[in-house]
Design a protein around this ligand. Structure first.
Ligand code: SAM
Length: 797
């Protein structure tokens, strides 16, 4: 067997390990197991011939899977260690001797299955290796044809090389079914492939050419030149350094157009020539003359024939159609062509496609392609729309055109139609085409086109959840954010007033509430916009025509404003009062701030005495605190500072992540003093300098133990002091001894190093004659320590 590096990283894969675990001699065992699982030939076999069987893992598998009393014969160049129920011997399968030995073992029987996993020493020259493997396959097939029974199975390993197709062709001549497969245990990097040939035809007379490598690999090489592909999907030309073909030293190839008409393989001509020539031969070509006069031979056809290399698919199709018409007129029927093809028997399998069929198939293919492309477009369009709607629902896109919303169409549906109209597909929807396309999509089920989008959605969802968890983490860490979130919650609570029930109850109790604007066909945003006083007042004009003087309106605004300030969220009411320059009654404003403060208080952390637990951690806050403490600013100033041009940005419908990012830039940057920045730095430094929890715990433990010791001493010395039979001097001495003993530090127990040699080598547990703490070391370590000490001593000197 070829020597394999067992320590090579790639070799020790899971199949290698599994083979070791299961007791198979090679990981190759799993290839046969997997092939047999797919095709189930071993269970049905009574006689198996395993060619190239060393070290014998396939024989092991065969003996496991085959019925009791079966005959398994394994042969290899290398010796095979005996395997129960398996006959094995050493021989070269390409020799007659091997054939004779097999005959002696198999006697009159025939093999149900012939296995071949042969591989010559791979690794030197790939081309040569592949060829000798292909030859080995042919040799093994030779043996198979001799020993296999009719209907039997031949399993062989083949390497993907230029000889692969000829081999397959030979197999197809001898077996009813030939399938190539690569079991999962076969490495992807390996060019090996397994061919399972079933239903051996057992011909009475076998053409020796089938088993002659020179014939198989030389003459049948590349039996299926794909001319169609050459013409319709020409390969991108690579630079060739092979030079000219033998005997052909021209770059430009011409062929007479009559040959194109007469040939059985027009596609081959279109693929390999540059020009179809209409030039008359010196001796005159009657067919060509007739051809020239034909109506079908249009100028376009002539131009196409001039340079075949610049033609597209359409032109090639036209040329082929033209050829068919001419052939019909010339009486060259396609039936005759078919007969010609039939004459070339075996080649039928691999013969080029009939040209008519080719055209039809090509047309069909083009039609299919076109349909598929249309379908793909439709799917993409639908998917895009679906995504837009989802984005809209997630408030990633905001409908800004309130006028459109007022047209009486719901925000989302308006958006949908707007988009569709933009694409000019409104009519399609009207005619129901879109609906059709969607139902088509449903029928198809999830297609591969949709997968990436689904993945995208999934990704978006994951990103959202990641962002939420990031925010939570931030919130936990950052007290500032915590306070912000608390404020947000507070605001959110305020907005609960939108629900109908609350509305009703509030009205009942006579409490001022935020009313949901009543507007049938408007979105919330539009409704709120039109719910502004100015519009309500306009409405009021309709209701009370008598009160139409401007003075009346002015007079009315004051009490109305009071109510409105309660109606609307706090910041809005404030902005309005500011913009109109009508100072709101101080009492009302203060009440409002007090009440909101109260609510905020409940959300913010407090000390035991009820005061807010505020930790100043930013320089800005420090400056502010200082200004308030020194009376430079009052709390009212701070409130007033809160209103600026950025305070009333329209944040409706904007996603949270966007607002989060925006807030960094959408507030005025207050000046900070150097002293405040220093103070904060100092504060943070102090926080950082605090010992970590574990150190604090250890210190506390130490302190606790010390107090316990002192307590003990105190008790003992009290006892000594109470002893009446002892003189005062002795008492004092005893107590001072006690104290000095307690103050003495216990000497640290020495760790004895025990060298692991002699009787102590490899022992587990305490070595003999060693008391106290010990450590087993090797002699090297002891020597190293001694050397270190020596060096240290020298350095001291
Ligand atoms: C991949 S190993 C076969 C492993 C085998 N199927 C198993 O399961 O253990 C390929 C074997 O083909 C054998 N071989 C190559 N050329 C041979 C020849 N001419 N005659 C017999 N055996 C040959 C090698 O000796 C090698 O052991």
């Amino acid at each position: 067997m070829a020597i394999q590096k067992k320590h090579g990283k790639g070799r020790l894969d899971k199949w290698y390990k599994l083979a070791k675990e299961k007791g198979y001699r090679a990981r190759a065992a799993f290839k046969l197991i997997q092939l047999n699982k797919k095709y189930g030939f071993l269970e049905k076999s009574k006689v198996v011939l395993d060619l190239c069987a060393a070290p014998g893992s396939w024989c092991q598998v065969a003996s496991e899977c085959m019925p009791a009393g079966s005959l398994i014969i394994g042969v290899d160049l290398a010796p095979i260690k005996p395997i129960p129920r398996v006959i094995s011997f050493q021989s070269d399968i390409t020799t007659d001797k091997c054939r004779a030995t097999i005959r002696t073992h198999i006697k009159h029987l025939k093999a149900d299955t012939v296995l071949h996993d042969g591989a010559p020493n791979v690794g030197t020259a790939w081309v040569q290796d592949a060829f000798s493997q292909a030859e080995l396959v042919l040799q093994s097939m030779k043996l198979a044809t001799e020993f296999l029974k009719e209907g039997g199975t031949f399993v062989t390993k083949v390497f993907r090389s230029k000889d692969y197709n000829p081999l397959l062709w030979v197999f197809k001549q001898l077996f009813t079914s030939v399938e190539a497969t690569k079991p999962p245990s076969s490495r992807n990097v390996s060019a090996e492939i397994f061919v399972v040939c079933r239903g051996y035809k057992a011909p009475k007379r076998l053409d020796p050419k089938f088993l002659d490598s020179r014939h198989v690999f030389a003459e049948l090489a590349d039996p299926t030149p794909n001319n169609e592909a050459k013409v319709f999907n020409p390969e991108k030309k690579r630079r060739k350094r092979e030079g000219y073909e033998e005997g052909d030293y021209t770059q430009h190839k011409e062929i007479s157009v009559t040959e194109f008409i007469n040939t059985t393989d027009p596609i081959a001509i279109l693929g390999s020539y540059h020009k179809l020539s209409f030039q008359q031969l010196p001796n005159g070509d009657l067919a060509l003359a007739t051809l020239e006069r034909l109506e079908d031979t249009t100028n376009e056809i002539r131009t196409c024939c001039e340079d075949l290399r610049v033609l597209g698919k359409k032109e090639f199709r036209n040329l082929l159609k033209w050829r068919l018409k001419v052939r019909e007129k010339f009486g060259l029927s396609s039936k005759k062509k078919k007969d010609e093809n039939e004459e070339s028997e075996e080649v039928a399998d691999v013969a080029p496609m009939d040209d008519e069929l080719a055209i039809q198939e090509e047309l069909q293919r083009l039609r299919d392609n076109e349909n598929a492309e249309k379908k793909k477009e439709r799917r993409k369009e639908n998917e895009r729309k679906r995504k837009d709607i989802v984005r809209m629902q997630m408030h990633m896109i905001t409908p800004t055109d309130i006028g459109m919303e007022q047209a009486g169409i719901g925000g989302e549906s308006m958006f949908g139609i707007k988009v569709v109209n933009r694409e000019g597909a409104g009519d399609k929807i009207a005619s129901g085409e879109m609906v059709e396309s969607e139902s088509e999509e449903d029928e198809d089920g999830p297609s591969s086109d949709e997968e990436p989008d689904e993945e995208e959605d999934q990704l978006e969802r994951e990103l959202d959840s990641l962002y939420t968890s990031y925010q939570d983490q931030q919130q936990d860490r950052d007290s500032k954010l915590r306070a912000k979130r608390a404020r947000k919650d507070y605001e959110a609570e305020e907005w609960d007033g939108f629900s109908e029930n609350d509305d009703a109850s509030a009205v009942d109790s006579g409490e001022p509430t935020i009313k949901t604007p009543k507007s049938d066909n408007l979105s919330n945003k539009a409704a709120f916009f039109f719910d502004q006083d100015i519009f309500q007042e306009l409405g009021g004009l309709d209701e009370a025509e008598d009160d139409d003087s401007a003075i009346d309106i002015d007079v009315d605004t004051e009490p109305k404003e009071k109510i409105d300030s309660n109606k609307k969220p706090a910041p809005e009411s404030k902005s309005k009062s500011k913009s109109k320059n009508t100072p709101a009654p101080v009492g009302t404003q203060e009440d409002e701030w007090e009440s909101s403060d109260e609510d905020a208080q409940s959300a913010e952390p407090r000390k035991k005495d009820g005061r807010l637990d505020i930790d100043i951690i930013t320089a800005e806050a420090m400056v502010l605190a200082q200004q308030i403490a020194t009376g430079e600013k009052t709390s009212q100033d701070v409130v007033d500072d809160g209103f600026n041009k950025l305070a009333f940005r329209d944040t409706d419908g904007l996603p949270e992540w966007f607002l989060e990012d925006e807030t960094k830039h959408s507030r005025p940057h207050r000046p900070i003093t150097k002293a405040a920045a220093e103070a904060i730095k100092e504060k943070l430094r102090a926080i950082n300098a605090r010992p970590i929890k574990k150190v604090r715990e250890a210190k506390a433990r130490k302190k606790f133990k010390a107090t316990q010791r002192i307590e003990k001493l105190r008790k003992k010395s009290a006892l000594i002091a109470e002893d009446e039979g002892v003189s005062e001097r002795d008492k004092a001495q005893a107590i001072s001894r006690l104290m000095s003993r307690a103050a003495k530090k216990k000497p640290k127990q020495q760790v004895k190093l025990v060298v692991a040699k002699g009787a102590n080598r490899g022992i587990s547990g305490r070595p003999r004659g060693v008391k106290g703490k010990y450590k087993i070391v090797d002699s090297r370590m002891k020597k190293d320590i001694r050397a270190q000490k020596r060096v240290a001593k020298k350095q001291k000197r």
